[in-house]
Write a protein that binds this ligand. Structure first.
Ligand code: AMP
Ligand code: MG
Length: 360
């Protein structure tokens, strides 16, 4: 099988999008590729993952090369059952409670690693990140391959995570052989990450499962204090926190203000930018639409969802940011979607805007 030539001799490979439900041969090729230590992109309920055998260090290193991911940024190991003692040790009571309540699901748990997990997967750390995804294709792939699958988000590092096969293709065409199409990701944001080393319960990355959800099982759980820091220069507890994330091609800002001030701000910015985009709630669309008609250059308006529909907002966030790129926007103004910055959507939005938030 002619796979992954790209890695070794820089040749662009053919990227196939596999229809899981109608292309049994294609799906079997994916399993074979994984068994050969190659890469397969697959859907999960959070975002798409770019996967390789988590216990094969050479396979795992290919993920870093393809994504251009820093080698000190560890990968999440995806498993298909709750048998974590094969991969982690010194597991406390709290961990079992979390697994019982939230797995399969969008919760990644950090624990002390067993020897079987190579340092290439954990970026040199003594801990491993484990998750059982709630997605039939992901679970089947792991079971049928016969090993856990390490998989970060299926995008080039720094870009918004991919939530559909098409968006994976946009970033990874020519770099991977297989992308399994499982339609749009149900949640659209990466998993909540919690450290349970010493059974401590520290949330390192907010996600669909909130601090309050976690507290219903572990009352003493807390949020890591630097979750929304702009720069984490010294050694962070979770290496991924220090990297640039989710950025669109244009400059982006989050504005906390009323319509009148936002309108003035946009008008002013039209002296500097040719193609301004606005990310707004459905409730506010009409205002921007009418305002756009008064401008000499119309603005591109993308509705992320309705204020009260959290799932709609999370599902559309990364796709919306990528759409501004499709529309060629050189400047993007986002409404402030929520005042709670421990909220996963605001955490990602802040990172996408490089922490550019202004209150007018
Ligand atoms: P991604 O797969 O890109 O969504 O990123 C996974 C993130 O999980 C990393 O960027 C880290 O911040 C975090 N992570 C993974 N493994 C560990 C670990 N062993 N210790 C702390 N954080 C981890
Ligand atoms: Mg990622």
């Amino acid at each position: 099988m002619a796979i992954n030539l790209y890695i070794y001799i820089g040749v662009c490979m053919e990227t196939n999008i596999i229809d899981f439900y109608n292309d049994k041969n294609g799906y079997n090729s994916c399993i074979e590729a994984l068994k050969y230590g190659e890469i397969v992109v697959f859907p999960t309920e959070t975002v798409y993952g770019i996967g390789a055998n988590a216990i094969d260090k050479n396979a795992v290193l290919k993920i870093f090369d393809i994504k251009c991911r820093e080698k000190d940024n560890p990968l999440i190991v995806h498993i298909a059952d709750k048998e974590i003692s094969k991969y982690a040790k010194n597991i406390g009571e709290g961990t079992y409670k979390l697994i019982e309540k939230f797995w399969p699901g969008p919760l990644t748990i950090i624990l002390e690693k067993m020897e079987i997990i190579p340092y290439e997967t954990t970026a040199g750390l003594e801990t491993v990140a484990l998750r059982m995804p709630n997605h039939q294709i992901a679970l089947d792939l792991i079971k049928e391959s016969g090993f856990p699958i390490a998989a970060p988000s299926a995008n080039i590092s720094g870009r918004p995570s991919a939530t559909s096969a098409k968006r994976c293709f946009d970033d990874l065409n020519g770099k991977v052989n297989f992308i399994i199409d499982g339609s749009q990701s149900y949640i659209g944001l990466e998993s909540t990450v919690i450290s349970m080393v010493n059974d401590e319960g520290v949330i390192l990355r907010p996600g669909h499962i909130t601090i309050n959800d976690i507290k219903s099982v572990i009352p003493n759980a807390k949020l890591y204090g630097r979750i929304n820091d702009k720069f984490v220069k010294d050694k962070p507890i979770s290496p991924g926190l220090k990297y640039k994330h989710y950025a669109p091609k244009g400059d982006m800002i989050i504005l906390k203000s009323d319509f009148k001030n936002i309108a003035l701000y946009i008008k002013d910015k039209q002296c500097f930018y040719k193609n301004i985009g606005v990310l707004c709630l459905r409730e506010n669309y009409k205002f921007y639409y009418d305002f756009s008609k008064t401008l000499k250059n119309e603005i591109k308006i993308i509705v992320i969802g309705s204020r009260d529909n959290y799932l709609e907002l999370s599902r559309n966030l990364f796709e919306s940011i990528r759409k501004f790129d499709d529309l060629g926007c050189d400047f993007i103004v986002s409404e402030c979607l929520c005042d709670d910055f421990s909220n996963a959507i605001m955490n990602r939005l802040l990172k996408a805007a490089a922490h550019n938030l202004i209150t007018l």
